[in-house]
Every structure is written in structure tokens, then in C-alpha cells.
Design a protein around this ligand. Structure first.
Ligand code: URA
Length: 433
């Protein structure tokens, strides 16, 4: 088999066989296929697409390119959850403890943030002492002991994706539905869960800018799940607005504690209850309505907050932050961002808000950057709220006063004020199963 023939076949819009796809993935993984040929095929896939069978074969070949996690020692149905990335998205910190509090094991591997999107691992590491670098044995032991662990990737999971993602990033081939679907699902399959709930974001802060594209991506991933015999459900949620009121690592942990205590913002609480209910439904805990009630109940009876505390302790973090969030890192300097005119806030564009937060130190521009756990932005107002000219809309948090100027410049582009109240749009756009 020759790589050049596979590239030409896809360039001509033809369907690749399982063997051709495996040849490509294996060659990328062992380095025998050079980057220029891999990139050429990625571009051809981007332009000509792949059908469901090709996408499934690509996913399975990628999932098999490295280690996979064996969760069989943990009894019961293990349900994983994945979000396609957002701004202010702290859902894992909230729904993980909710689901685990109901006895459904959560063995969750998460990533770090890059660009305008945050990562769960960075958020958890803002808790003093919290260890996200668990060995596979520690990870499984903690899930067996307390029902939940959230850690960075252990082992050599899906090396093909690491190489392909790095190439896609620099060859303009990220935004392809078969490539995104196979990248996400190969990691989920290798991470070993029996069932998967996907939170597919749509809007300015997301990969999929329109709900039509988000639906296509969701359907592609649900089809892969079906083909790989893992129950998979996708919830499409709105990322045209930030989720909750906090963006930035420690600020988001604090907000997660507020949601788990029953006084968090409505939008993030609703998204978490919906996603948790879908996870519980896949774990066989009843229909969606019953599972939503169960999930909400874990906030009211305090069991989810207790589970979060247990998880922090089990991963060596200072669990006292739950009762006293002042123990979380806080920034030396704060600045108010004020409304330029009177009116309704018609939009806070999520990706620009994410960039503004990154510029304060909360995120990474490149993979090598470190993050400041204390930095970020707290929203005092949300889209739809009325403001007076000069009224504070946000508080910016940073450890160096020199960081505010550039961040404020970005916020000027993020915040839109209008004389008309913006229409209310749904937060949960669709559920694909
Ligand atoms: N997240 C991933 O893991 N892969 C993609 O291709 C896009 C988002």
C-alpha cells in the first residue's frame, strides 16, 4: 500500500477502506508516514469529508494506536462526559460529584486549557495541593473507594491524535466534522467508559459556530458510539454566552462550590442538571425526568458538595476550600470594567471574553505557557441585563497591573450594549441520541 494512492483516492472524493485508514493511522503513529503526506490527507478529508463507516474506522484505528484504560475493576456502568470546549465551562466540577453522589462511578480524564477555552485540570490544580497526575492504579483505587476521580491523562492514550492534532493545528484542518468527531471519540473509547455523554457547544465560543454544524458533529459522534457499542448521547448547548459568571481557574472552582451549595447561577445549574441526568439515564437510574430530579436532589441534600469535598481530599487537595473559598488563590489586583453607555447588554461574545481572561493570565496562548490560578473575570451582569452608563459589568482579576490594558481592549470587542432587550434564546438546543 502506498500513502500517495490513499491521498489521491480521497482527493478524488472516494471512500477509503478500513485497511487504508489503518495504514494511515499506524504510519502516523510509528513515524513512517512523513508529516507532509499526513497533512495532505488531512486536507483531502477536510475538503471531501468521510462517511459514517470511514469515520468509525478512523476512530477505532486511532483509539487502538496506544494504551487504553481498563476500568473493568470498577463495578457498575461507568459513564464518561466530554465537553467540546467552552468559556467558563466548569460543568465537570459540578456534575461529576452530582453523579457520583448517586452511586454512579465517575472515572474522568480531563485536559488542560488552550487558547480561549479553559481546561478542567487547570481549574482543579488551583485548589492548593490537588494532584491531577495520578497513576492508573491510583486513579482506579480512588474511583473504587469514593466513586469519583478526575485526573489528567495517564499512560500513552491515543498517540495518533496527538500527532494529527498538532498537524491539524498548523495546516488549517481543525474544522472538519469527521476529524473532530474521531479525535474526541477515539480518546473517549480509549478512556474505557461504557457510556458517553457529549456536551456539544455551539456559538461564538465554540468550534461549531452554528447549531446546524453542532447537530452534524453530535450525530457523527453518536454514530461512532453506536458503531463502537458504547451508549452515546449528545446534548447541544449554547456557547454564544459565557456559562455562569466566573471565567478563570480558582474563580470557577469557587462558582462550582456555589452551584453545589444551591446558590449558583441558573444557566450553569440547568446545564449541569441536564448533563448529569443524561449520565444517570445511561447508567440505568430511570427516565430523564426522574434522573433530573435525582440530580437536583444532590444539590439540595448537600450530598454532591460532600462528594466534591471527598474527591479533593482523596486527590491530596485542601478540602477546607469548600467551606472557606477564601483559601483558594486570589489575585493581588482587581479592576472594574464599566458600561460605556446605558442600555441592555445584548451580547458578551464568549471567545473574546475567553481571550480577555487569558490575557490576564488565566489561560495559555501556547501549550508551554503556565496559567495563573487566581486570574480571570467575574461577570456582574449577563446578556439581557439593563445597565447605566459607567455601571460595573465585570471585575477583572490579575497579579500584575500591566495585564489589564490589553484585556480591557479585548473586552471592548466582547461587550455589546443596545437600546433593545435581546431575545431570550434556549440554553439547551437539542439532545441527539
Ligand atoms: N477537541 C478534540 O479533542 N479534538 C478536536 O479535534 C477538537 C476538539
Amino acid at each position: 500500500m502506498r500513502m500517495v494512492d490513499i491521498i489521491i483516492k480521497k482527493k478524488d472524493g472516494l471512500k477509503l477502506s478500513k485497511e487504508e485508514i489503518e495504514f494511515f493511522v499506524n504510519g502516523v503513529t510509528d513515524g513512517s508516514i512523513p508529516d507532509y503526506q499526513a497533512s495532505a490527507l488531512l486536507m483531502a478529508i477536510c475538503l471531501k469529508g468521510m462517511d459514517d463507516e470511514e469515520t468509525l474506522n478512523l476512530t477505532l484505528a486511532m483509539a487502538a494506536s496506544g494504551d487504553s484504560i481498563d476500568l473493568s475493576q470498577i463495578p457498575d456502568i461507568k459513564v464518561d462526559k466530554h465537553s467540546t470546549g467552552g468559556v467558563g465551562d466548569k460543568t465537570t466540577l459540578i456534575l461529576g460529584p452530582m453523579v457520583a453522589a448517586l452511586g454512579v462511578p465517575v472515572a474522568k480524564m480531563s485536559g488542560r486549557g488552550l487558547g480561549h477555552t479553559g481546561g478542567t485540570i487547570d481549574k482543579l490544580e488551583s485548589i492548593p495541593g490537588f494532584n491531577t497526575q495520578l497513576t492508573q492504579e491510583e486513579f482506579i483505587r480512588i474511583v473504587k473507594d469514593i466513586g469519583i476521580a478526575v485526573a489528567g491523562q495517564t499512560g500513552n492514550l491515543v498517540p495518533a491524535d496527538k500527532k494529527l492534532y498538532a498537524l491539524r493545528d498548523v495546516t488549517g484542518t481543525v474544522d472538519s466534522i469527521p476529524l473532530i468527531a474521531s479525535s474526541i471519540m477515539s480518546k473517549k473509547l480509549a478512556a474505557g467508559a461504557d457510556a458517553i455523554v457529549l456536551d456539544v457547544k455551539t456559538g461564538s465560543g465554540a468550534f461549531m459556530k452554528t447549531s446546524e454544524d453542532a447537530r452534524k458533529l453530535a450525530k457523527a459522534m453518536v454514530e461512532i458510539g453506536k458503531g463502537a457499542k458504547r451508549k452515546t448521547v449528545a446534548v447541544i448547548t449554547d456557547m454564544n454566552r459565557p456559562l455562569g459568571k466566573a471565567v478563570g481557574n480558582a474563580l470557577e472552582v469557587k462558582e462550582a462550590i456555589e452551584v453545589l451549595s444551591g446558590h449558583g447561577p441558573d444557566d450553569i445549574t440547568t446545564v449541569c442538571i441536564t448533563l448529569a441526568a443524561k449520565m444517570l439515564e445511561l447508567a440505568g437510574m430511570g427516565d430523564f425526568k426522574k434522573c433530573a430530579q435525582l440530580a437536583e436532589g444532590t444539590i439540595h441534600d448537600g450530598s454532591a458538595l460532600m462528594k466534591f469535598k471527598q474527591m479533593i481530599k482523596a486527590q491530596n487537595g485542601n478540602e477546607k476550600v469548600v467551606d472557606n473559598p477564601k483559601l483558594l488563590p486570589s489575585a493581588k489586583y482587581t479592576v472594574e470594567y464599566k458600561a460605556s453607555s446605558k442600555g441592555y447588554i445584548s451580547a458578551i461574545i464568549s471567545d473574546k471574553l475567553g481571550v480577555a481572561s487569558m490575557l490576564l493570565g488565566a489561560g495559555r496562548a501556547t501549550k508551554e505557557d503556565s496559567v495563573d490560578p487566581a486570574a480571570g473575570i467575574t461577570l456582574l451582569k449577563k446578556p439581557g441585563d439593563m445597565v447605566e452608563a459607567g455601571e460595573p459589568i465585570m471585575i477583572l482579576h490579575a497579579n500584575s497591573p500591566s495585564l489589564f490594558k490589553e484585556s480591557v481592549n479585548e473586552l471592548e470587542k466582547a461587550v455589546k450594549i443596545s437600546s433593545e432587550k435581546p431575545p431570550e434564546t434556549p440554553l439547551i438546543i437539542d439532545i441527539i441520541q
